[in-house]
Design a protein around this ligand. Structure first.
Ligand SMILES: [Zn+2]
Length: 260
């Protein structure tokens, strides 16, 4: 007797796990299940498996973007296969929290196609509660290994905050100010610093502060970061050069367990 029931069991498990399983995992399951002839695009089979390799993947993609040598986001021949492979699940390896600015196209500048990045965009890369919840969902439920909190040069939101200098902005824009509250107070202009340099410093400090906000406001992300299952990495995108500068992951102290 051939061990057919085992193959059926594996297939059934793969079907049951479909909703949440990583495409990469399913690709492996397919490899051991001769009955299946489905082929996914290469993109779904090489997801980084830890925070360090996730960061390396973004860094390599950004280097390709700077050089004008993108490889993952130019292959339109596989678009249909990519969509088909992603209908049954997603496993984005990284979360990108960045500004809504139209000049910060995260998928292009990291050269990552659909299914790879879980993106949250809000002006000033200052996530509100729903933004934080979205990051939690990706890390906890979809298995993302890295959260990049990315500001950028010439950020209009940071500029608006600075120019308002505490006076309320019109409409609902007060919420932007609330999201970046404390930035100006924590980072006063140096007497020898010109306006441009100060603006650039605010953009970097804002990215670092917002990464810290994630830790402070999310016990779930804090615990994942404290055990190094997820890195939360501030970053700054330079509009002119295309380069993303990554900073050190924000450090989380493990929460002591109350029982033993
Ligand atoms: Zn911006």
């Amino acid at each position: 007797m051939r061990p057919l029931p085992l193959i059926f069991a594996v297939t059934a498990f793969a079907l049951l796990a479909q909703e949440h399983a990583a495409p990469a995992t399913k690709a492996k399951a397919r490899a051991t299940t001769p009955a299946s002839e489905t082929h996914g695009p290469p993109a779904t089979t090489d997801a980084p498996e830890n925070p360090g390799s996730a960061l390396a993947e973004l860094s390599a993609g950004n280097a390709r973007f700077i050089a004008g040598k993108r490889t993952r986001t130019i292959d339109t021949a596989h678009d249909a296969a990519m969509r088909a492979a992603l209908t049954s699940g997603q496993a984005p390896f990284a979360v990108v929290i960045t500004c809504s600015d139209s000049r910060v196209p995260d998928a292009l500048l990291f050269d990552q196609e659909a299914g790879r990045l879980f993106t949250i965009r809000e002006a000033g890369n200052a996530p509100d509660l729903q933004g934080i919840a979205s990051a939690e969902y990706a890390a906890e439920h979809l298995g993302s290994k890295l959260v990049v909190v990315m500001g950028h040069t010439s950020c209009g939101a940071v500029k608006a905050l600075r120019e308002a200098n505490g006076k309320p902005l019109p409409g609902n824009l007060w919420a932007l100010q609330a999201g970046m509250a404390g930035l100006l107070e924590s980072t006063p202009q140096d007497p020898n610093e010109d306006g441009k340099a100060y603006g650039a410093r605010l953009e970097e400090v804002n990215a670092r502060r917002q990464a810290q906000v994630l830790l402070d406001r999310s016990s779930l992300l804090h615990d994942l970061a404290a055990t190094e299952k997820v890195w939360i990495v501030p970053a700054l995108y330079n509009l002119a050069s295309g380069k993303v500068q990554f900073f050190k992951p924000v450090s989380a102290v493990p929460t002591p367990k109350s029982h033993h």
